[in-house]
Structure formats: C-alpha cells, structure tokens
Write a protein that binds this ligand. Structure first.
Ligand code: DGL
Length: 294
C-alpha cells in the first residue's frame, strides 16, 4: 500500500477509496445460475446496491468457444463500467474461465470471479485429496479448476466432468424433479467410483440442484461445495479493504436481462421467495450498451 491514506492497491491498479461509496456492484451470468451468488451477496453485504444481468440472449455460454464467451463477458463488463459500478462479480464459471484475466487487464474496477473461491473451499473440505468438479464444457476445457485447486494444494487429484444438460434442467425450472435425478445419478456413481470425497459445483446453476443431489448422495459421504458463499465473502473483503462500502439500508437487487424477462422473473421469484420488480431488458453489443428498452 502506498503512503497516501486514501489510496489502495488491488491487482496492480490504484483505486481511490471513498467512504460511503453509493455506487452499485454489478453481477452477471448467462441466466438464473448467478442468482445463487446474488443471494449470498445480499446476505453478506446487505447495504450494497446490486445490479444483476442475466444474459439470456446468449444463454447457454457453456457450449460456446471460450473466445466468444470472453468477448461477450468483456462487453457486459463495459456495460457495467458505463453504469459506474464500483466492482463486478462474474457470477458464472464459464465466463470466469474465459474472461477473468483479460478483464482484469482491461478494466480498473475490481473484478471477482467464482473459480478461485470454489477451489479454495474444495481444498479446505477434502479429507482424501480427491476432488471432483462438474461444470460446463467451456469451464472444463479451460482447465481453470485444475489450476486453481492445484494452486491451493498441488497434492490434490482432480476429476473434471462436463454436465451441460444440468444447466438446461435448472434454467427450465426442473431442478428438483425426476429429470434432474436421472441426469445426476449416473454422474454421482462415476465420481464415487473414482473415490471423490468432495464435489465442486463448478457452475453457478448447479446449487439449485442441491435437494436432488443430497437425496441421491443419501448415506454416502461426499462434501458438496459451491462458490456462492466464498465468492460473497471475498467480495466483502475487497469492498472493506478498498473502503468501498455503501453505508445505507438494504435495497432489493435491480434485475436486467438481455432476453426472456418473464421466464427469468418467475425463476428469480422462486429462488428468492419474494416479489421482485420486473427486469429491465437491455441490449449488449460490441463496446457495451447499444440501447435500453423499457
Ligand atoms: N452458470 C454458468 C456457469 O457457471 C453457465 C451456464 C451456461 O450458460 O452454460 O458456468
């Protein structure tokens, strides 16, 4: 830290700290998955204004080439920068894998991803050092979970599996159904046969499958780890260290989508168990926001 009391260094860039910073925190995912992170952010940072963008126009990210997901994520972060957000949370593993490093090179605002927090939680949870990670294809192919887990403890073994069908199941509102059980059961059997004692939910859609997952794990021993709580804890630390806190009362999150507002609102209300205002529909294009429709 430099000698000036109000100057704080994060990731190589200097940020002028303010007291009672009212600017919002931007959070995004391809769909409803990132709401699992938003939920924790709300719980752990109740005084912050949270803007959530679900990029349903581009959903799903998982099967797309990492290059395309990176491009899209950078456009979304540009959009948030134009809205003067003080911090951005990439509440999507695929977008974190594709874009976190480049985004940190390009933008001065602090940017937090979900992979390192999830990896850290897994390393702390495992007893036998055998960690399974289920994710989208994009996240699997990036290798980012293997890097992050082995960065935290190179002695751990990692088994990665892509489970893209689980994303569609959750987005369709079928998370706690026989359809979800049917997709999860063979996957869990394979992970148990490999000897995993810890399962990382490497996609922010997957925590919504917990009821089904816990039912199927039954009496077997498996720690299930997701990055929502650890990511929110990291955001809280970054906000505190950089003196970015908003000292205000709790306000409901502001929701936005790039498509399918009705379907999104139904899922969001189900997840939060409360009435939420209808999402704004925004268009994201090259170099950020093109137009905003009511
Ligand atoms: N929720 C996302 C993730 O964590 C992506 C799902 C998708 O769009 O494929 O990877």
């Amino acid at each position: 830290m430099s000698g000036r009391a109000n100057r704080v260094w994060t990731g190589g860039s200097a940020i002028l700290a303010r007291v009672g910073d009212p600017r919002p925190v931007g959070v995004f995912d391809s769909g409803v998955g990132g709401l699992t992170v938003l939920h924790e952010l709300r719980r752990q940072l109740p005084g912050e204004r949270l803007l959530y963008l679900a990029d349903l126009e581009w959903f799903p990210y998982g099967p797309r080439p990492l290059r395309d997901v990176r491009h899209r994520a950078l456009d979304i972060i540009t959009h948030f920068a134009e809205l003067d957000t003080k911090l951005v949370v990439i509440a999507c593993n695929s977008a974190t894998a594709a874009a976190l490093n480049t985004a940190r090179e390009r933008f001065d605002i602090p940017i937090v991803g979900v992979i390192a927090p999830g990896a850290q939680a897994a390393v702390e949870a495992t007893g036998n050092g055998r960690i399974a990670v289920i994710s989208t294809e994009a996240t699997l192919h990036s290798g980012e979970y293997v890097h992050a887990i082995k960065e935290a403890n190179p002695g751990c073994a990692v088994l990665g599996r892509a489970a893209p069908e689980l994303v569609s199941i959750v987005e369709a509102g079928d998370a706690d159904t026989i359809r979800a059980d049917g997709a999860l059961a063979p996957l869990l059997d394979e992970l148990f046969a490999w000897g995993a004692d810890t399962l990382v939910l490497g996609c922010t859609h997957y925590p919504l499958l917990l009821p089904s997952l816990l039912r199927l794990i039954g009496g077997r021993s498996m720690a299930v780890v997701d990055s929502a709580a650890t990511t929110a804890a990291r955001v809280q630390r970054i906000v505190a260290v950089n003196r970015l806190q908003r000292d205000g009362e709790d306000v409901p999150p502001q929701l936005a989508v790039t498509a399918a507002p009705r379907r999104f609102l139904d899922s969001a209300r189900r997840i939060f168990g409360e009435e939420l205002a209808a999402p704004e529909v925004v268009r994201i294009g090259d170099c950020g926001l093109l137009a905003v429709a009511p």
